[in-house]
Each structure stands twice: as structure tokens, then as C-alpha cells.
Design a protein around this ligand. Sequence first.
Ligand code: SF4
Length: 343
Amino acid sequence: MHATDLKNLSYSGLVSLLSEMGEKPYRAKQLWKWMYQKHVKSFDEMTDLSTSLRNRLEKNCALINFKLVQKLISKDKSEKFLFELPDQNTIETVYMPSPDRITLCISTQVGCRMGCKFCLTTQQGLMRNLSAGEILNQVIEVQRRVDQKITNIVMMGMGEPLENLENVIQAIDILRSPDAFNLSQRKITVSTVGLVPAIEEFGKRTDVNLAISLNASTDLLRSQIIPINRKYPLQTLLDACRNYPLKPQRKITFEYVVFKDLNDSAEDIKNLGTMLKDIPCKINLIPFNEHKAGSFQRPLDQTVITMQDALKQNGINATIRYSRGRDILAACGQLASQSANLQ
Ligand code: SF4
């Protein structure tokens, strides 16, 4: 039988476990501080717990740690980590420092089954969901290895977060808790390709930022490059966005990866203007990061700038987000795919 990994427990779950061990509830706060604020690797380091409790925790419980398999550092100072999980699967986590924020892009699944045609992660298929503890442990492992405090979390790494809803919600609750990572809801973003029922559920259960990976302005193209669009076409997806319970001043982010000669025409801009005009939103234009395994091409920089200007003229708040770490295989799944020889 596997020992209970404490990072997989909610606060109340941890209190119950401690109570079964004859310990008071306040011990849960102490454990959270050691795990999520001091990022310790072992029970031994939890020096304000009695030796007897530490021994019992050591015997009956576990604290997962990952093995760092590879780390690549980009010219732009972003860092890509390939971690090995206890079952030998690997996942990627990307650290992206910038002057105003320190962002960590984390994975939520090992692989992915969504089949987006431009994405390397999906080539390995879905191996399994990450546990809540494995989602959180990426933050801990990277924070141990960098000097600056991680201020923002984006769930845009490997996997479709809303396919792993329960673990993602539990991880978000712990990221937000003042007794753990203490991040505000505005500093956490979850990105989905458009699992409509899960979007509705997600909106009921949390108020962190929602990003939709849109990437096309017609059903014809979107269904070709993002297969889930056949099940939840644009009209259905955009209706879910219109009905999403946004707080005042908050917006949905639409991510739009721009592919040369595929989704970068004047017609696309016109469609986007019409589609998004009644949704409180902003759109991120992301020039595609080319990789060897696909036929998609990076657009000209000028094309993306023209798109941004045109969208703004249509009243849409548009920004350009250049991929970080282009020199270190930063597109989602590139490092894990390379390690699995998929490139
Ligand atoms: S883009 Fe995201 S949802 Fe699509 S296959 Fe890749 S990891 Fe999965």
C-alpha cells in the first residue's frame, strides 16, 4: 500500500489524517508552512514538530519530490525543467521571469488526448492525470531552484486542465490559501481548449482567470486543428464564455496562436471582431513557435502587428505575446517529446 502523499490532501483532509494520528488541527497549518512556504524535502526538516510526530509521519505518510532530468536556460532567461515523477513519467514546467512578474507555466496531465494538430504534447497521448500534489510540486521544485519568488501561475503546460478538474481545483485552492502559497485569484490562469461543460463547472467553483485557446475564427479550421471543436463548436464555446460568471473588471483571455497563411487573414480579423465583441475579453496573439514535427509555420512579425492594430480598431483589446525560450524548445511538449524521441 502506498503511503499518503500529504501534498495530495486538502486542508480538511490533512486535519482528518492528523486527527486519526491523535494530533490537533493546528498541526495542519504547521505542515502546510513547511511544505508550501519553506518547500522542505523531508519530514526531518520540520523542526517545530516533535521527533515522535516526525517519525510517525515518516512511517505512514509521504512527501513527493521530483527528480530533475533536464534544465535548459534560454537567452531570454526563461528556464525549462523536465521533471521525472515517482512512476518515471516526465512532465515539463517553464519558468518565465520578466520585470513585472515571475510566471511559472505548469502541467496538469502527463501527455494529452486532445489531439491539437500543432502540439507535440498530444503525440504521446494521455498517460494519466497529475494529482493535486504533483501539480503543486512543480511550483515547489522550481521555487527551490530559483532566486526570485514565483508570483504568477499559468496552467498552460502539458495537458488539458479541465479534463483533470478536481485535482486542478484542489491545487488552485492550495495556491490561493494564505496558509500555503497565498496567491491572489488574479495571479492564476487556467487555459482550456474549450471543454464547455467543464468551463461551466469551473466558473461555479473558482474565480481565477480563464483563458480559452481559440486559434481559429471559423469552425471549419478550428475543427481541423482542434478536434474537440467538433463536439463543442465555436457558437457553443462562445455562449459558455458569454454566460461565464465573471466578476466586475475581469476578462476572459482568448489565446490565438497565429499560423502563417492559415488563420492570419483580414477575414479572420473580421470574424474575431464579430465573435468577441460582446464578451468582456482580451486576445493574446501568439506567433507560432515552429518545431520539426509539424508543417505549421511561424507568421511574419509584421503580419501579427497588423492583426493587433486591426483588432484594436474593432474594439478588441489585443496584445502580442512572443513565446519565451524559443531557443530551448519552449513550445508545450517539446522537451518531453524530445526525451521520448518524438521529434
Ligand atoms: S494544445 Fe494543450 S490541449 Fe491541445 S493537445 Fe496540446 S496540451 Fe493538449
